[in-house]
Design a protein around this ligand. Sequence first.
Ligand code: NDP
Ligand code: GDR
Length: 345
Amino acid sequence: MNSTAIVTGITGQDGAYLAELLLSKGYQVYGTYRRTSSVNFWRIEELGIRDHPGLHLVEYDLLDLGSSIRLLQQTGAKEVYNLAAQSFVGVSFDQPVTTANITGIGALNFLEAIRLVDRDVRFYQASTSEMFGKVQEVPQSETTPFYPRSPYGVAKLFAHWTTVNYRESYGIFGSSGILFNHESPLRGREFVTRKITDAVAKIKLGKLDCLALGNLDAERDWGFAREYVDGMWRMLQADEPDTFVLATNRTVRVRDFVRMAFAAVGIHLEFSGRAGDEVAMDRDTGSPVVRVDPRFYRPAEVDLLIGDPSKAHAKLGWVAKTPLEDLCRMMVEADLRRNEGGVSF
Ligand code: NDP
Ligand code: GDR
């Protein structure tokens, strides 16, 4: 077996965990990052793999087809995990064209490079439950119709169908993982779970008074990222390329994740006020610790996500294991440690 893999988006949450997994299996990992004035490697540093001899960090521009071609030629990699994307749904409404290019065309570039250089390369596309968008049926599975609700979801749908099309047109082993939300202590702070756990830590330590959030009633199927990257790897080891949902099959409101995170530091909440103007008080002190700020609302929302992962279970032996309560506590504890140490990314 050729155990060389390319992971685009090595500086992100999933890129870091996937690199850790592949290195533990003996792979040579080429992790791509984009050129910026100060590159951010804090996640691979936190996992202790930054200086691993099997990890090769390469600068790469996903909008430049030549970059993808050269990367394939120079590494001889037989597996590509395409994780790089403008992945924040909120920002995609403000930067729709950039999002379409990076999140949509970026995937096409890599598939095109595979078509030109080596059609035996296996390709994983990081698809998303955001493609389901407006609720058509629950739980959502591989056969649920798509109805994206954001420029991000639309761009991901383009990349998803491009992957399917290259599979059917050119026989390329392109698999698409429709992953529901997955979180961890390495989650970016712009995403709601980590925004909450970081704020809970700061409020507990007296560094912040109140957390401002948007829609508290959205429901999400949240799992642990470290388990989801294992699912990505399994997809590329399967006999056939295919499309798989990875999810926990449990959905929780943002509001209940807020309660859970505060409860992890012994703060119990009392919500009051009308939708759009709500406040949550610390039940013991009466101080407001959460308030709704409509600035964080999105022009169109995805109200309810709950995935049916039974195909991944049956065909890949994959199952989500970590309960959200444990994941939430793990994230709060990591944020307490970071904030106590004075460093929090
Ligand atoms: P992150 O936002 O943590 O990481 C995204 C990665 O993409 C980072 O390495 C980032 O680099 C890189 N990137 C962003 N813009 C560019 C660009 N212009 N050029 C090159 N690289 C760029 O996302 P996650 O790790 O959470 O997610 C990984 C993938 O999975 C993404 O494609 C995401 O859309 C998708 N996904 C994620 C889910 C989740 O719940 N986490 C669920 C379903 C799908 P930089 O550090 O420089 O910004
Ligand atoms: P999502 O994740 O949009 O599902 O996309 P995010 O954590 O950003 O939002 C989840 C839900 O929480 C609501 N929300 C807030 N969200 C943020 N970010 N900040 C807030 O203050 C806030 N208040 C309420 C949102 O409206 C939403 O309903 C994530 C990303 O990782 C995508 O890349 C991935 O494809 C999907 O998950 C699956």
